[in-house]
Design a protein around this ligand. Structure first.
Ligand code: ASC
Length: 151
């Protein structure tokens, strides 16, 4: 096998292992900002519901935890498509590093999605300690990205 061919196969395997992301159409830059903010706000709503249980502010209910983790996973796929060039000039909390450090930003978004998947697995174990641990590492992933890329 040639080097080129093995590299091409490795690249194809890597691409296939990533979650496929729909590229929506945005009529204007504001639509892209609304799209990503909408997904991030829904993530917050579902994450807060999980956090209430993880911290003991709400009684632990495995069914509620799974439902909210499922919505968190679904929404966590979405915001990234809204970070399109041209939106950095609009007034919002997105830092220019999102576009100047695209590899790092993409890594952060994939880390978050991996943590979200683990959070759902933890919720399905019906064990509050598992939920607490997975909630903590997901929150750390949220924070790392906010610290680097959000004003
Ligand atoms: C939350 C929330 C976030 C993250 C982040 C973690 O509950 O709304 O954005 O956790 O604050 O540090």
């Amino acid at each position: 096998m040639t080097l080129f061919r093995s590299l091409a196969l490795a690249a194809a395997a890597f691409t296939l292992s990533l979650p496929s992301l729909a590229q929506p159409t945005f009529a204007k830059p504001e639509d892209a900002v609304n799209y990503r903010q909408g997904a991030l706000k829904k993530m917050k709503s579902h994450f807060d519901r999980l956090g209430a249980m993880a911290s003991g502010r709400a009684p632990f209910d495995s069914k509620v935890a799974v439902e909210n983790a499922e919505e968190f996973v679904a929404q966590a796929r979405l915001p990234w498509a809204g970070f399109v060039p041209g939106t950095e000039k609009l007034s919002n909390k997105a830092r220019p590093e999102i576009w100047t450090e695209q590899v790092k930003f993409k890594d952060s978004s994939e880390k978050l999605q991996a943590e979200a998947a683990k959070l759902l697995v933890a919720a399905k174990t019906n064990n509050l300690d598992n939920l607490k641990a997975a909630f903590g590492s997901t929150a750390a992933s949220c924070k790392a990205c906010h610290d680097a890329f959000r004003n």
